[in-house]
Design a binder for this molecule. Sequence first.
Ligand code: ATP
Ligand code: MG
Length: 333
Amino acid sequence: TPRVFSGIQPSGGLTLGNYLGAIKRFVDMQDSGIQTLYCMVDLHAITVWQDPAALTRNTRELAAGYLAAGIDPARSILFNQSQVPEHAQLGWIFNCVARMGWMGRMTQWKDKAGKNAENASLGLFGYPALMAADILVYHATHVPVGEDQKQHIELTRDIAAKFNHDYGVDFFPMTEPVIEGAATRVMSLRDGSRKMSKSDPSDMSRINMTDDADAIAKKIRKAKTDPEPLPETVEGLKDRPEARNLVNIYAALSDQSVEAVIAAHAGAQFGTFKPALVDLAVDKLAPISSEMARLMDDPAEIDRLLGKGAAQAREIATPILQKTYDIVGMVRS
Ligand code: ATP
Ligand code: MG
């Protein structure tokens, strides 16, 4: 049976990249008739240092972001990873299936560990094995993600295939990434070669879901661009990463194709396109951020929802983990 799983780290505030590349598409998938599970992956967040109070707050704020954007706890299972211990338990088994060489080739590892790999946490190196467990502990078949996570989904398939092969079973499914739409890779507003990230040290590089209208206007106005007007055709965006990024954001926020946005704004200067983008962004994001603020006034209610979601998630995860233990040969009494 098809099943959707995806997660977001509470490693900072939500960005426009997380919204367009992930949450907005999670919301759409609720209408697909397929069971959907959405997670706050707090165990992943601590692969780099998180201040405990900030982690707590970011987890609740991420839950508020999911809810404000339209994730419906009556239709989706919404929970935080550490309340479902089966993730970490299956993650350990996958640590013993995955190979060091596979992990060392992951671009996220290279980007995040940088030149100082000696000093990175072991958890950061093993991140993709836990991510494979997040997905496969539900036998999830479809994982909506941004472009940057494609390599990790491929590794999830490699882990599933090696487990199935090593134990001579056909147990874990081959998961498909779902990477669709105009905004699968929203770029930094300061550097068209880097993706927008919640952990980027520069706040001007990203739009946060909690930014007010003035902050959104300032960041888009100051976004790096080239001096040319918008092209007449989509091909004209080639080799213009910053221009392409703003057009992609416009398209995704307005639910239009990139072609339609270019057709409507062909030849426009950024002096007119940027204010149009500001209006659109404020229009779409302000209702979400005000709903987030409202939900954050009642953290106990958020915690209650997450506890309920975790119990529902465990109902699916527990039998799959138990079956995995049986396959591996663990004695259970
Ligand atoms: P961090 O910098 O801590 O890794 P992040 O912004 O990359 O944070 P994640 O929690 O790692 O966020 O990713 C959550 C989801 O958001 C993933 O599906 C990821 O592919 C997607 N995503 C992250 N950044 C972008 C982006 N710039 N454009 C589109 N999707 C994105
Ligand atoms: Mg990331």
